[in-house]
Design a protein around this ligand. Structure first.
Ligand SMILES: [Zn+2]
Length: 370
């Protein structure tokens, strides 16, 4: 089997770097298309447009309409073709970045992602997660190339709600645990090969960084300050987790997370929060998981404020029948749950979710948390 590592061509992270965006864009194209929503533009618009002017670039400014749907991408593609833009710049959350990536792939533009929250793995990846007009996730698609530039302004991230930052920690915390599972079974990563040693080392560094600096960084972000811990955890959430999941591999934590949005009670949860519970469930499922490590991870999730119980997901009292619907999807052919070196069934998934809930409640009681 061949091993494959994929990554963006350049990654820039630091406080205030959004003011330098024009200089970086000038190296990539002559006519950028900037995709952002009104809220994001209200926050960073002045700085971005001033930097573009300074670099002698006149941007085509496109208002993002809220979801990464096929219709929205088609609309952006049409504007790009009419205006002759050569680099797509997504500024905002994962859906904005994913729409910019899809439009860039369709037109043959260069791609720049500039996340304003560190809540998920989108910025460095080659993927777009698709949604329908009702806001339901309908799948994901790789464009075969990663962004040409990922630009992360840590002050902008620290100014955003701490909840998004914590959700990013949930997505990132699962990265190494899932990559290890996929590695053991020699399951392919999302780049279509095996995991390199580099990808596994990156995934492990992501995990270690979160456990060491995650809670301190969360406290800093609650005060909207940038500290060395914030810089480290932003890098873990965006770069290490992004490379780790795509070139490492994913497993049950993401499979369960991807199923939770089908339950109406879970609407309004962020992806990384769903991964947080998915991870707690994978730990309960995994025959090889040492008890002490499981407790360490779940205790960290509780301290960070990530969901580890049904109540945290607004699913208190959920019936076994409803959980079985998730179990059936997870045990289905081609599921990410095949990336374990043991058999996974509907029943074992349901039992793991129930066991995760019981364990989460017990650890919360020990920690004196409601
Ligand atoms: Zn994820």
């Amino acid at each position: 089997m061949k091993n494959i590592l994929i990554a963006p061509r350049k990654y820039v992270q630091g406080r205030g770097v959004i003011k330098e965006i024009g200089g970086y864009l000038r190296l990539l194209g002559k006519k950028p298309l900037v995709l952002w929503d009104a809220r994001v533009k209200g926050i960073v618009g002045d700085r971005v447009l001033a930097s573009l002017r300074e670099a002698g670039l006149a941007a085509v400014d496109v208002d993002f309409r809220g979801d990464s749907t096929r219709a929205e991408v088609a609309r952006v593609v049409q504007i790009a073709r009419e205006k002759g833009t050569d680099v797509a710049v997504g500024i905002g959350g994962g859906k904005t970045l994913d729409t910019a990536k899809a439009a860039a792939a369709a037109v043959g533009m260069k791609t720049v992602t500039c996340p304003t929250i560190a809540s998920n793995d989108s910025p460095t990846s080659s993927f777009t997660v698709w949604y329908d007009e009702k806001g339901n996730c309908t799948g994901f698609e790789s464009w075969g190339v990663n962004p040409d530039l990922v630009l992360v302004d840590t002050q902008v991230i620290a100014d955003a709600p701490a909840r998004a930052f914590v959700a990013g920690m949930g997505d990132a915390l699962a990265t190494w645990i899932e990559a290890e599972a996929a590695m053991k079974t020699r399951a392919g990563n999302l780049a279509g090969g095996g995991a390199t040693m580099a990808a596994m080392a990156i995934a492990r560094l992501c995990y270690d960084t979160l456990l060491e600096f995650g809670l301190e960084a969360k406290q800093a972000v609650e005060q909207h300050v940038v500290t060395p811990a914030v810089e480290k955890v932003v890098e873990a959430n965006v770069l290490l987790s992004g490379l780790g999941f795509e070139s490492g591999g994913v497993a049950t934590a993401h499979m369960i997370a991807n199923c939770l949005p089908s339950l109406p009670e879970c609407h309004g949860l962020m992806h990384g929060e769903e991964v947080g519970f998915g991870l707690a469930s994978q730990l309960a499922l995994d025959e090889d998981m040492p008890a002490a490590q499981r407790a360490t991870i779940v205790d960290f999730e509780i301290a960070a404020g990530l969901p580890v119980t049904f109540a945290d997901l607004h699913l208190e009292g959920i019936t076994r029948e409803r959980l079985l619907a998730i179990g059936d999807v997870c045990a289905g052919k081609g599921s990410l749950c095949e990336n374990h070196p043991f058999e996974v069934t509907s029943e074992s998934i349901v039992d793991a979710m129930i066991a995760a809930d019981v364990f989460g409640r017990a650890r919360k009681r020990l920690a004196g948390k409601p």
